[in-house]
Design a protein around this ligand. Structure first.
Ligand code: PGA
Length: 225
């Protein structure tokens, strides 16, 4: 399986920036992409990035989805409706959502379920502190359907990644409760990240936040794979 790179744009882009990003990415992207790439724009830019994804054989992702099915949930965006927009991956349980939107492990489990019933692969973000509590909310089948992303809160946006040793140690813990699911790491990964970490066979992919905001730096990161 090629390394999976998941670009999480968070709430960083406005329409103008998103359009510019698409243009710059198309100009600078390595001609031979050797990674699996997932672009997760905000909901309002999904349509804008969709054509790029179709043209370049890139997967479209979402940063979140509703914990409820389609129905009378004002303001919510259901997994089914994002699937209809061409989304095939969805980040769930990001620490920013757990902290700022007070999402519980049960809420996140409901999102995993919604994703699965819409045919979307959940990218489930965890830290060691909540690993067991999160796993306990999911059935074995649900756990097996997730990509698990270890995202240490202190590493996110800090400019310093976690150590490879610790990332591997957490992977072992994840394997005990989730089985051999794709294991991603996120937290300050960019083109300057230690190549040993970037090319470690122990890590199946990366969640990229800050380093995807600028298309040409993101392309420099892609060219390292
Ligand atoms: P960062 O964010 O790359 O800016 O550290 C990663 C994430 O929050 O997924």
């Amino acid at each position: 399986m090629p390394t999976l790179l998941v670009a999480n744009f968070k709430s960083n882009q406005d329409q103008k920036h998103a359009k510019l990003w698409v243009q710059q990415f198309s100009t600078h992207k390595p001609s031979d992409l050797s990674v699996g790439l997932v672009l997760c724009p905000s909901f309002t830019h999904v349509e804008l990035m969709k054509q790029l994804c179709i043209d370049q054989n890139i997967a479209l992702g979402a940063q979140d989805c509703s914990m409820f099915p389609s129905g009378s949930y004002t303001g919510a965006i259901s997994a089914q409706s994002i699937a209809d927009s061409g989304v095939s991956y969805c980040i769930v349980g990001h620490s920013e959502r757990r902290a700022h939107f007070h999402e519980t492990c049960q809420d996140v489990a409901n999102k995993v379920r919604e994703c699965m019933s819409a045919g979307i692969t959940p990218i489930l973000c965890i830290t060691p502190e909540i690993l067991d509590a999160q796993a306990a909310t999911l059935t074995e089948q649900e756990r097996a359907a997730c990509c698990v992303a270890f995202e240490p809160i202190t590493a996110i946006g800090s400019g310093t990644t976690d150590t490879l040793e610790h990332i591997i140690a957490v992977k072992k813990r994840v394997a005990v409760v989730f089985g051999r699911v794709p294991y991603l790491y996120g937290g300050s990964v960019d083109q300057h990240t230690n190549p040993q970490l970037l090319h470690s066979k122990e890590i199946d992919g990366f969640l990229i936040g800050s380093a995807c905001v600028d298309a040409s730096s993101f392309c420099s990161l892609l060219s390292l794979f």
